[in-house]
Structure formats: C-alpha cells, structure tokens
Write a protein that binds this ligand. Structure first.
Ligand SMILES: Cc1ncc(COP(=O)(O)O)c(C=O)c1O
Length: 363
C-alpha cells in the first residue's frame, strides 16, 4: 500500500474496494441490475429521446423534484437527488454520522455504509438482525443497541433486507422510528428494492423528522448505469443536507432519464409484476430440484436461498461459473450462513439457470 506523503486521513488507508469489472459473455446474476426485456425497451426509448440540451446544459431539478414528490406521495420539499445510493450514504456519513460520532448498522446491509464510515473513521456498532436457519428477521438486538448507544447515532437498516430479501413489517419500522426519536438518533431506511414487493416508508415522514429514506432508481427503473437515487426527509433536514451540494454530482442526462421513467411508472408496474412471476417460476424449479433448501420471501428482483450448509454456496458459485453464470454466495455474511443469491433476468434465462442449478450435486 502506498501512503501519500501529503497530510491525509489515515483511516482511509484501511478501506478496501474493488473496481467493477465488465463481464462480457457472462450472465451476471450477482448485482441485481433490473434485467427485463420490457425495461430494456423503455430505457432505450428514453435514451433515444434525449436532446442535445440534456447533454450540453447544466441540470435543473425543479420539475423532477415535483414529479418525485408526487410519485412518492410526499410534499414537495421532501425530496433530494444524489448520484446513486452511494452518493446518499457518503453524504449521510459525512453530514450526520461524523458529527454524531457513531453509526449503528443493522447487518447484513449495503456495503457502502461500512466503506464510508471506514473512510471517515466513524465508529460502527454492527448488529446482526437475522437469526436461525433458515434466517428470519430479529430486530431485538438493534433496538437494544439503539437504547444502549451513548449520545446520538445514525442508525441504518435496509427494508426490504438486502441481500436477504426479507421484509420488516411497517409496524416494526414505526417502532424503530419511535425509538430513534426517543433516544435522539436518526433512522435511515434504505428501500432500494421496495417497488418489487410493494414496500414504501414515505408515509412515515409525516410523523417522523428523525427519519431518512434512501430510494434508489437503479433497480426499479433499470437506471443503475445512470447513478441516480433520492433521499426523502423533512425539509429542515434536507435544507442542511443540500448545502453539501449533492446536486452537483447528478447529471442532466440522469435527470432527463429519470423524468421519462417516472412518466412510464405504469409500464414499470407491469415489469415488477412480471419479475414476481419470473421469481415464482425460478424458485419453484430450484426447490423442486433441491427440496431441502428454502427461499427467503418475498425477495426483490432476486431470490435468496438458504441451503442449510456453508459449503454449498461457494460450490454452486463455481459450478455456475463454469456455465458462464455469475451469482453471489452470501455464506460469509452475518446471519446468512449457507445462503446464496440469484438476481433475476428474463424468464428464458432463468429457465436455463434453473436447469443448471438442478444439475448441481451439492458436495
Ligand atoms: C440495499 C441496497 N441499497 C443500495 C444499493 C445500490 O444502489 P445504487 O445503485 O443506487 O448505488 C444496493 C445495491 O445492490 C443495495 O443492495
């Protein structure tokens, strides 16, 4: 490792990351991009309608912010854009977790949280919120950590859970928000996969000003390459956060693409319905070939299976890699021992994958 000779953050030198690599000729079912023929059609049509002004001009956000407020059912003033969820997480760590002095992290969670907390040297209290085999959600350790934390903390959960695919019901999220309020914490809920299973936390914003929602458009609107997400929170909090200028990293092209996707929300609702059907076919085929496995429902545009044995996921990853299919073993993640995840692609692709999974003989 090279240490810069200029003054720097020593904590950043302990942080590791891998640049994304292209996977030409490989069916990539690891990163949960929305791979669906109708979604592809919609993004390509939208890209063809981009104008020169969408590329040459600085972006204006007033129209899109109103459209998004309407889409999420919140008042204008409750929405801010960031360059993907990464942009949101980095901002929340800088602007809120650093001054608070602690991040309470419900695990497993989006890797970005540990990354940005590591960069900034923010202490992390990590709490596993899954227990048992197959895993089920268990928020008691998180509630205990929130009650025990000295001073204020940023508390992060993902709902639907990622990469588990389990959903925390809205009454439980409400109780966490109350707990955050009581103890002076800020609760952040990442609902990246919400639309696939009809989960949204936006209505809670009317009641709680200690609540922040991160809503990515990467998966739901097939815009992962565009890097665009929203932070939903009360206007006072957004007034503070916008001073960090997240708008400067959001492109006019991204704004134009998202504007068109919001206009096609009804067609995307059909896509999300179809993704649920594709998931149902795929899960049934896998479980009929491996009846001792179970699936973690409701998932998202992915299906996570509990195989019951930690050696199975890496062996399955290797087996499928030989067929040029890339999936993710989760067995090293807290609470997900023996689990493996498939992002979903077209029905035809998932038939092929299911056949390959059926041909797999667990070690
Ligand atoms: C829970 C969760 N949030 C956010 C992201 C990434 O979102 P974005 O593409 O907006 O950075 C992921 C990616 O898989 C995720 O699992």
């Amino acid at each position: 490792m090279k240490t810069p000779s200029f003054p720097h953050w020593p904590t950043a030198l302990d942080v590791r990351w891998e640049p994304r690599r292209p996977y030409a000729g490989i069916l990539n079912l690891k990163s949960c991009e929305l791979q669906h023929p109708e979604a592809d059609r919609l993004v390509l049509e939208a890209a063809a309608r981009l104008s020169a002004a969408d590329l040459r001009s600085y972006p204006h956000q007033d129209v899109i912010l109103n459209l998004l407020a309407n889409y999420h059912g919140v008042s204008p003033g409750y929405v801010m854009l960031t360059a993907g969820s990464d942009g949101a997480v980095g901002l929340l760590v800088d602007a809120l977790a650093r001054p608070a002095g602690r991040l309470v992290l419900a695990e497993p969670n989006f890797e970005g949280w540990r990354h940005y907390a590591g960069l900034r040297g923010v202490p992390v209290t990590a709490v596993t919120t899954l227990s048992g085999t197959p895993p089920v959600g268990d928020l008691t350790p998180l509630a205990d950590a929130m009650a025990a934390a000295r001073g204020s903390a940023v508390v992060s959960i993902a709902n639907p859970g990622s990469p588990s695919g389990l959903v925390t019901d809205s009454a439980e999220v409400y109780r966490l928000a109350e707990l955050a309020e009581r103890h002076g914490h800020l609760l952040v809920v990442d609902e990246c996969f919400g639309e696939f299973v009809d989960v949204t936390h936006a209505p809670l914003l009317e009641r709680f000003d200690h609540l922040v929602i991160i809503h990515s458009y990467s998966k739901t609107f097939a815009l992962a390459g565009v890097r665009i997400a929203a932070v939903l929170a009360c206007p006072e909090l957004l007034d503070y956060l916008t001073r960090f200028r997240p708008d400067s990293a959001v492109s006019a092209t991204g704004v134009a693409m998202l504007t068109q996707m919001i206009g096609h929300a009804d067609r995307f609702r059909e896509v999300w319905r179809d993704v649920r059907l594709i998931r149902g076919h795929f899960v049934a085929a896998v479980l009929s070939a491996h009846p001792t496995w179970s699936v973690l429902d409701p998932g998202g545009n992915f299906a996570t299976f509990s195989t019951g044995r930690p050696e199975i996921p890496p062996a399955l990853v290797r087996h499928l890699a030989e067929q040029r299919i890339r999936i993710r073993s989760l067995t090293d993640l807290p609470g997900l021992r023996g689990c493996v995840r498939f992002s979903l692609a077209s029905d035809a692709n998932m038939h092929t994958v299911a056949a390959q999974v059926a041909a797999f003989h667990p070690p």
